[in-house]
Design a protein around this ligand. Structure first.
Ligand SMILES: Cc1cc2nc3c(=O)[nH]c(=O)nc-3n(C[C@H](O)[C@H](O)[C@H](O)COP(=O)(O)OP(=O)(O)OC[C@H]3O[C@@H](n4cnc5c(N)ncnc54)[C@H](O)[C@@H]3O)c2cc1C
Length: 379
C-alpha cells in the first residue's frame, strides 16, 4: 500500500487544526442530529454515519491509547490538548498496517488501464501501477485534486470558501470589537437563511458561531453575490415583548434614569450603540421615551440591518464548499460510479460542515469506509 503526500509533511492540517489542539470530532452520537451540521453532504452522510460515527472515532482513538475529552459546547479534543497525539497515532497505525509513505511526491495524473487498474504519474517523473486509487487531496483549489477527479470523468461542483466572518464597513461597529452576546440570530433575508448562536463583534465586522454557521449555509449564495449582502441581527433571543416589558418597568420604577445609561442585560457599549442608532439623545430619561422611539430602539435590538462587504477567514480555519459531485460516488464504498477502482474521501468531495469537529468526522468516516472497501475489493 502506497501513500503519496506532495508536501514535505504528512497531516499538516491536522497539526494546525483546532489551534494546535485538533478538534477531532463532535460529541453528537445521534446520526439524524449529526448530519444537520452539513450544509453539503447532509443526506449522503446518513448511511456512512450509521457505520462509522463520532462514537466510533472516540473508540478508534481511545483503543489506540489516545483518549478524547468533550468540552461544554460538544467539541472533542485529545486529552493531551495536542494535535501531535492524533498525528502520531495515525502515523503509527499506517506503519503497523505496512503503508509505505512517500512525502514530497505528488500524483500528477493517472491513466485508467483498459482491463482495470491505473498507471500513476508522479511529480518525481516516475510511474507506478495500482489496482485501486483513493483520492483524498483535500479542498484546496491550488492542488491537483479537482483536476485529477475531473480527468476520470467526475463533475466538480464549483469550489467556494466556507466558514468566514462578515466584513461590515461601519467604524462605529468596529469600535465595539471584542464584545459578544451569548445568543443572537443572524439572518440573510434575501438568501432566506438564518442561524443562531453566540455572536462576536470584531475589528472588521461580525464573527462567532452564529456568523460562521450562516457563512457555511450560505457559502454558495454569498459567493454568487460577491460577498455583498444584507444581514439582520437580533442581538437578544427575544421575544420582543419580554424586553418591552422590561422597558415598561424602567419607565415606572426609574422614570428619571437616562436611557443611555441603563444597559439592561447588554454590554454597556453595545447598548449605547443601539441608542445612538435609534437617535436617542444622551440625556433622554425613561419617562420621556415615547413609543415611536422605543420601537426604533427595539428595531435596533431585534432587527438591526447591516451591510456586508466582503469576508475574512476565521483563524485560517476555513473549509471548501464544492468538490466532487456526490451523486457520482457510491457512499456504501466511496467508489466512483464512473470509474471503477477509483475511490474518494474527505474534503475533495462536495461535503463540508460548520465548525466543531464535523469536518474531520466526515474525513475519518469516508476514509474508513473507502479503506475497508478497497481492501475487500482486493481480497
Ligand atoms: C487551519 C485549519 C484548521 C482546521 N481545524 C479543524 C478542526 O479542528 N476540526 C475539524 O473538524 N476541521 C478542521 N479544519 C478542517 C479540516 O482540516 C479539513 O476538513 C480536513 O483536513 C480535510 O481532510 P482531507 O484529508 O480531505 O484533506 P487535507 O487535510 O487537506 O489533506 C489533503 C492532503 O493531500 C495532499 N495532496 C494534495 N494534492 C496532492 C497530490 N496531487 N498528490 C499527493 N498529495 C496531495 C495535501 O498536501 C494534503 O496533505 C481545519 C482547517 C484548517 C485550514
Amino acid at each position: 500500500m502506497l501513500l503519496l503526500e506532495k508536501s514535505p509533511e504528512l497531516l499538516s492540517k491536522v497539526t494546525l487544526s483546532g489551534g494546535g489542539r485538533c478538534n477531532v470530532t463532535h460529541h453528537c452520537f445521534d446520526v439524524k442530529k449529526l448530519v444537520r451540521n452539513y450544509p453539503r453532504g447532509e443526506r449522503e452522510l446518513i448511511g456512512p454515519y450509521h457505520r462509522f460515527q463520532p462514537k466510533d472515532t472516540v473508540e478508534w482513538y481511545e483503543s489506540r491509547g489516545v483518549p478524547l475529552k468533550v468540552e461544554e459546547d460538544g467539541r472533542m479534543f485529545p486529552v493531551s490538548d495536542s494535535s501531535a497525539s492524533i498525528v502520531n497515532c495515525l502515523r503509527d497505525e499506517a506503519e503497523k498496517a505496512g503503508v509505505r509513505v512517500v512525502a514530497r511526491c505528488g500524483l500528477r495524473s493517472f491513466d485508467v488501464q483498459p482491463g482495470g487498474g491505473f498507471t500513476l504519474n508522479l511529480s518525481n517523473g516516475t510511474s507506478v501501477e495500482a489496482d485501486r486509487l483513493l483520492l483524498a487531496t483535500g479542498g484546496n483549489k491550488a492542488t491537483a485534486g479537482y483536476r485529477l477527479a475531473a480527468s476520470a470523468g467526475h463533475t466538480i461542483e464549483p469550489p467556494a470558501p466556507s466558514l468566514f466572518s462578515f466584513n461590515i464597513e461601519d467604524p462605529s461597529l468596529h469600535a465595539l470589537a471584542g464584545i459578544s452576546v451569548p445568543l443572537a440570530e443572524v439572518s440573510a433575508p434575501k438568501q432566506k437563511l438564518a442561524q443562531t448562536g453566540p455572536l462576536l463583534i470584531t475589528h472588521w465586522g461580525l464573527s462567532g458561531p452564529a456568523a460562521l454557521k450562516l457563512s457555511a449555509w450560505g457559502a454558495r449564495e454569498f459567493a454568487e453575490c460577491d460577498y455583498s449582502f444584507d444581514v439582520v441581527v437580533a442581538w437578544h433571543p427575544g421575544p420582543r415583548e419580554v424586553l418591552a416589558a422590561e422597558f415598561a418597568k424602567m419607565r415606572a420604577g426609574h422614570p428619571r434614569r437616562v436611557v443611555v445609561g441603563t444597559a439592561m442585560e447588554f454590554p454597556s457599549r453595545l447598548w449605547e450603540w443601539f441608542c445612538r442608532r435609534a437617535e436617542i439623545p444622551a440625556d433622554r430619561q425613561w419617562a420621556q421615551l415615547g413609543k415611536t422611539v422605543e420601537n426604533r430602539l427595539c428595531d435596533e435590538i431585534f432587527a438591526c440591518r447591516l451591510r456586508v462587504h466582503g469576508k475574512s477567514m476565521y483563524k485560517d480555519e476555513f473549509v471548501t464548499c464544492g468538490g466532487t459531485r456526490l451523486s457520482e460516488v457510491d457512499f456504501r464504498t466511496m467508489e466512483s460510479k464512473i470509474c471503477p477502482g477509483l475511490y474518494f474521501a474527505g474534503e475533495l468531495l462536495d461535503i463540508d460542515a460548520v465548525t466543531g469537529g464535523f469536518n474531520f468526522q466526515a474525513a475519518w468516516t469516508t476514509g474508513w469506509i473507502a479503506g475497508h472497501a478497497m481492501v475487500a475489493h482486493g481480497a
